[in-house]
Structure formats: structure tokens, C-alpha cells
Design a protein around this ligand. Sequence first.
Ligand code: FE2
Length: 264
Amino acid sequence: MRILFVGDVHGKPGRRILRDRLAKLRQAHDLALVIVNGENSAGGAGINSEVAQELFGAGADAITGGNHTWQLREAYELLDSDPRILRPLNYPPGAPGRGATVVTGRMGTPVGLINLQGRVFMRELDDPFRAARAECERLRERAPVIVIDMHAEATSEKIALGWYLDGHCSAVIGTHTHVQTADERVLPQGTAYITDVGMTGPRDGVIGMDREGILERFLTQLPVRFEVASGPAQLNAVVVDVDESTGRARSITRVREFEETNAD
Ligand code: FE2
């Protein structure tokens, strides 16, 4: 089965290119499942129910999150009520929502999905490594195919997690930095890996935000409010081909799409 994982959808431009391109990608790659990281889908930080419905309407089957999932208070209720929307698993007990689930692909194949968050240059959460292995064991009884979104800053932490989970899941996909890395590969025990899948949103900003505000902050070191950048959008994703009987990945392929001009 082929699974598309779409990197961090950022604000309206990200939602626009997802809506415009996903149906074609689904057809071209014969996709059985579409997973979208949506932690920045509402205004460049956070998620709400309206935007989540937009992502599902565009063709997403499940939505993962990260540190920005908590930005909008209404996300708390959304996470508790919709099992297709995840937040990182390794938040302390008591956090709203869930960090793992089983979603069903278009062909009826169950797929385990786990969302993690790194701890290097980020909040001091529970251990994502041990949490992931334990959750893989739990999910495997219901689904041999397991996909993990590792939302983390440090390349080293993501690469280490990939090796630690090789053979325990079908794919470890890095998110959060918004810059696609060129290190995609299938590890020796059958786990597809990429350090960062990249960002789906404005191409001409600075990781999705308007470059003027970002530059002002770098140049003055004063607090500046950031806006989502305008202009043409990009879509960054990977297609993972998995043997659904064993859960082993056969291949991982990067996908990059660009708008010629601003479609709005
Ligand atoms: Fe993030």
C-alpha cells in the first residue's frame, strides 16, 4: 500500500495547495492513505475544527500535530472528540486528546499512527523513544503497518529515533523544521526514514512566515509579530510504499509541488 505523508501545512496558502493538488497526487500514486501534519494549519500556528474539516475535505485521512497543537484553546476539545487528530504521545498524563490511533486506508487496511515530539531544543517532555517502542508493540496487534510522525528540532534526535525504531514500524517521518531533507531511505530492518518531510505553505517567506517581520526580528532583536507569508505555495510530502502483510517499507520517495503564481 502507498501512504502519502504531507509535511506541516502552514496557514491558508498551505491549505490552498493541499486542496488543489491532493486529488491528483492520490490518483498519480494510487494512494491508500493520506496523513497530514496540521499543527500550523490555522493562521500559521495551531489548529481548530474549521481548519481540520478543511484538511479532511481536501482528502486527509488523519492529522498529526506538534508543539503548536496547543496554540488555540478550541483544539483541546477537538483533540478529545476526533480520534483522527493526534497530538504528540509523550506529553505528560492529563493532556487532552491522544498520541496514537489506528486509521483505515481506502482499501480497508488498518494503519497504526503515532505522533511524537522531540526534547532537544524543545520542551522537556516524557521520553519519546521508549514511548514509541511501547506503543508500536500495542498497535502491532491491530495493525502491522505503523507510521510515526517525529516532530522535532534536532536532526540527531530524529536520526537516532529512526535507528532505534528500525524494524519496529513501517516509517519514521520527521516534521517541524519546515525544510525538506534529502536523506530519505529504507533502513536495514525495513523502516522508511526521512529527517524532515518539509513544509506545505508559502514558498517565499521564512519557514512559512512573512520575511519582513522575521528579518526585523533578526536585525533588531526586538519582539515582532509574525504573519503568514503571501505568494505562491509549495507542497512537501513523501510517498511510502509498504508491504501491508509484513509492515516492511519497500520505498520512500520525496514529493515536491509548487504553485506557479499565487492562486488567490
Ligand atoms: Fe512544530
